[in-house]
Design a protein around this ligand. Structure first.
Ligand code: SF4
Length: 265
């Protein structure tokens, strides 16, 4: 009798970001999705009364080769747009004559899939540069370009760029040398506009494999309560978390303007 090997748990770049913040938040989102899609009881795997953690067990991505650039993304006339997510609100980076979308990824949901890693997701853009290199771009409309020069930078954005490089590599069959995270700052008049360039080398791809393995091996998915993150947590809004440090803050859905000095997270 042949035995079937269970498929690895489906994960996305968003899952990586969420797990890096709070493993329990990711687990609650998965349990809620399973319940919604299959009708199965809402049953997160986290044991009852588990001890909360101070930090996620996931170590951060390599940050040593991240380059921070103040100012506009340096697109040139030889660059073309080969992939565009259908998410609303993305700025137009290319004139129509330089948009040559790959027909494999023009029907919804436009997911880039890595079947080997059980990983899928959608960058906002994929640019083919003049030299033929593919580069994914993640656009952050509400994240101001502040804090990246601090010691820890924005590890959340770096890990997302690494994940999107891997998805482009799997879906297009060509390895990107780097990914970009673009900070638009539409509300700030360009004052905080900038981007980061994240190298995608051996260290980064090894970190991604480690991250996916860590998440899948974690049968606890412990909470990491924090006054900083719990007020913005979607499962907390639904009343699903028994460990929340504070109640969900609905005003976080409408962050204050940049002049208030409060940066959106
Ligand atoms: S409310 Fe806080 S502890 Fe609970 S899942 Fe959300 S981030 Fe984690």
């Amino acid at each position: 009798m042949s035995e079937t090997v269970p498929a690895p748990e489906h994960l996305t770049p968003h899952d990586l970001v969420t797990y890096f913040r709070c493993p329990h938040e990711m687990e609650l989102q998965h349990a809620e999705h399973r319940h919604h899609v299959t009708g199965a009881p809402f049953a997160p795997i986290t044991p009852a009364h588990v001890a909360a953690l101070r930090h996620s067990p996931l170590l951060g991505p390599p940050m040593g080769s991240v380059t921070v650039v103040d100012g506009r993304l340096d697109l040139d006339d030889g660059d073309t747009l080969v992939y565009l997510d259908d998410e609303e609100g993305l700025p137009i980076l290319f004139p129509p004559e330089r948009v040559r979308l790959d027909p494999r990824f023009t029907t919804r949901p436009r997911n880039l899939i890595d079947a080997a890693l059980g990983f899928a997701g959608r960058p906002d853009y994929v640019i083919e540069r003049r030299d033929g290199a593919l580069v994914p771009v993640e656009y952050k409309s509400t994240h101001l370009f502040v804090g990246f020069h601090e010691v820890h930078g924005r590890a959340f954005d770096v890990l997302q760029a690494i994940a999107e490089c891997r998805l482009v590599e799997a879906a297009f069959g060509r390895r990107p040398p780097m990914g970009f995270v673009l900070y638009g700052d539409a509300a700030g008049g360009g004052l905080h506009e900038g981007f980061v360039q994240v190298r995608y080398g051996e260290a980064e791809s090894h970190w991604l494999a480690y991250a996916l393995a860590t998440i899948r091996a974690d049968a606890v998915r412990a909470p990491v309560p924090s006054d900083r993150t719990c007020p913005h947590c979607a499962p907390n809004r639904l009343g699903l978390c028994a460990y929340a440090a504070t109640k969900f803050d609905s005003s976080a859905l409408h962050p204050p303007p940049p002049s208030s000095g409060l940066a959106a997270q």
